[in-house]
Design a protein around this ligand. Structure first.
Ligand SMILES: NC(=O)C1=CN([C@@H]2O[C@H](COP(=O)(O)OP(=O)(O)OC[C@H]3O[C@@H](n4cnc5c(N)ncnc54)[C@H](O)[C@@H]3O)[C@@H](O)[C@H]2O)[C@@H](O)CC1
Ligand SMILES: [K+]
Length: 508
């Protein structure tokens, strides 16, 4: 089972409540199903473990642990049960504990042998403070012995909402979660600590999950595949969209060409590099399918907008932080003000395009919020994010997901907060977390390519949030498939097979 909604702990609690109200399972019924799912995976994956140590906390996560301990024991596995705290009288966890015939040892005395397996059922969605005392010592002991760990719902110590570690956390080989994944399974460092994540069906209907209208998703093709542009058979190149990419001066033109190439590979019918006069020669020497147009100032840009009806822009890569950049950005963002549709779908601001607004972002964000304005897509990495949204970046209480969401709402634009766990957030509150990235993508020029893909999709009329999500996934997928030796120049070409697969029958 793998569906793309991600549930916060509050949303999951509400889903549990509604599932119990709707039936057929009550709380202990769901808990038995959860424990059964974990026990089955333990038996299937670690059939030869000499002993399984189940660590049970005081809440429902511990309740799942008591079920696992009982079922493994009934299957003939040697099980030791260690408890941290006691389930509250009358709780589902207390029922599960009462059904478990094994002796309960105090976690403070926890001991194990190398080769044993640990089932971590200390804390899950209810983690509320850092692990200390016997809990923390158990984490250290398990790590020191190098024991394999199966985490119930989440590795204890990892926040399901933020992916952060509270104090200390287990590093699991396998995490079994229920109904849907949580943001902490995808956000770092949580993702690393979860190991493989399996989502078990415990009898909560999809309709119950749908009823709460979750706004957070795993960035997987299911989220945006239906919005991918498919060229019609009788299409014309300009109907497939025209992307303008602003070039920097003669010594820094490569970034714009990378973006331009990526926009073309993403399916834009035409791409023009908009170059200062001083860099025309160097750009001309390196462009073939991509067009070139001299653009020195705002009036040149106005002329391009009027003559060539461009549909999306990339501004920032290699451009230099300057007043000219701000002018260009604001001209593009104002292009929707005239009578009738301007045809400009969006502006992607990356790198210097973000930094240029660090001290005065209000005009940009205001323009983005105006009626008929092109969509604004900002693609900051961590440093750039901190320049534009210093207060959000420094707020320790916010997760990466929260930060991206708040930034999107403030900017009236889509935020692509880059990193190994890129978060894409829309001003309407939707957000997605990407998890198919690969370390090979951390290479110079990689971000320029990403900006170009976003613009290429925007130009073809794909809505901004979906375009940004699709671009992030395709970019990561292309990089991961290429693997070692990847340089940014390889990425546009590597996109082709990824797109072909995504388009399926439409690719013929
Ligand atoms: N019906 C349900 O609600 C279901 C819940 N399930 C399980 O229930 C879990 C959530 O249960 P709970 O909400 O009871 O939460 P947890 O069991 O994760 O933890 C809550 C308890 O632990 C204490 N606690 C939290 N952090 C602590 C720390 N660092 N040190 C010491 N004590 C700490 C809290 O005060 C509370 O007593 C899920 O993760 C899942 O495993 C599953 O059984 C499926 C059904
Ligand atoms: K756990």
């Amino acid at each position: 089972m793998r569906t793309i909604e991600l549930l916060t702990s509050a949303e999951m609690a509400e889903v549990d409540r509604r599932a119990i109200a709707a039936g057929p399972f009550d709380g202990i019924g769901l808990m038995r199903n959860a424990g059964q799912a974990v026990a089955s995976l333990v038996l299937a994956r670690w059939p030869g473990a000499p002993r399984v140590h189940v660590l049970a906390g005081p809440g429902n996560n511990g309740g799942d642990g008591y079920v696992v301990a009982r079922l493994l024991h009934e299957s003939g596995v040697a099980v030791s049960l260690w408890a941290s705290g006691k389930p509250r009288t009358g709780s589902d966890a207390a029922l599960a504990a009462a059904e478990c015939p094994l002796p309960v040892h105090d976690l403070a005395a926890f001991d194990a042998e190398p080769g044993d397996l640990v089932v971590d059922a200390l804390y899950g969605a209810g983690l509320s403070k850092p692990l200390v005392g016997a809990d923390a010592r158990a984490v250290d002991k398990v790590a020191a012995l190098g024991l394999a760990v199966v985490a119930v719902d989440l590795p204890s110590g990892v926040s399901g909402d933020s992916g952060r570690v509270l104090g200390r956390a287990f590093k699991a080989n396998l995490t079994v979660t229920f109904a849907r994944r949580k943001p902490g399974h995808l956000l770092l460092p949580g993702r690393e600590l979860c190991g493989e994540v399996v989502v078990a069906d415990i009898g909560i209907a999809d309709a119950v999950v749908a009823s709460i209208g979750a706004g957070t998703f795993a960035n997987e093709p299911e989220l945006w595949r239906a919005a991918l542009p498919v060229p019609a058979i009788d299409t014309h190149k300009y109907r497939r969209g025209h992307v303008g990419v602003f070039s920097g001066g003669p010594a820094s033109t490569g970034a714009a060409r990378l973006s331009a190439l990526a926009a073309a590979r993403a399916g834009a019918g035409a791409v023009t590099v908009l170059s200062p006069g001083s860099a025309m020669q160097v750009n001309a020497a390196h462009l073939t399918a991509i067009m070139l147009r001299r653009t020195d100032d705002a009036s040149d840009l106005d002329a391009f907008l009027a003559d060539r009806r461009p549909s999306a822009f990339v501004l920032g890569p290699g451009f230099g932080v300057s007043e000219k950049l701000r002018d260009f950005a604001l001209v593009v963002m104002a292009s929707g003000e005239g009578e009738g549709p301007s045809g400009v779908e969006g502006l992607v601001l990356d790198a210097d395009g973000i930094t240029a607004f660090r001290d005065d972002s209000a005009p940009l964000f205001q323009a983005a919020g105006a009626a008929n304005a092109p969509a604004l897509v900002l693609t900051p990495h961590e440093g750039e994010f901190a320049r534009l949204f210093a207060d959000l970046a420094g707020d320790e209480t916010l997760s990466k997901l929260d930060k991206a969401r708040k930034a999107a709402s403030r900017a009236h634009g889509v935020i692509v907060y880059k990193g190994p766990d890129t978060v894409i957030a829309a001003p309407d509150g939707r957000a997605a977390i990407n998890a198919n990235g690969a370390p090979w993508l951390a290479t110079a020029g990689s971000g320029d390519v990403l900006g170009g893909i976003v613009a290429g999709l925007l130009a073809q009329g794909m809505p901004a949030f979906e375009a940004a999500c699709a671009a992030v996934w395709m970019h990561a997928e292309a990089g991961a498939r290429f693997g070692p030796g990847l340089i940014a120049e390889d990425l546009p070409q590597a996109l082709a097979p990824v797109l072909r697969e995504l388009l399926g029958d439409h690719a013929r």
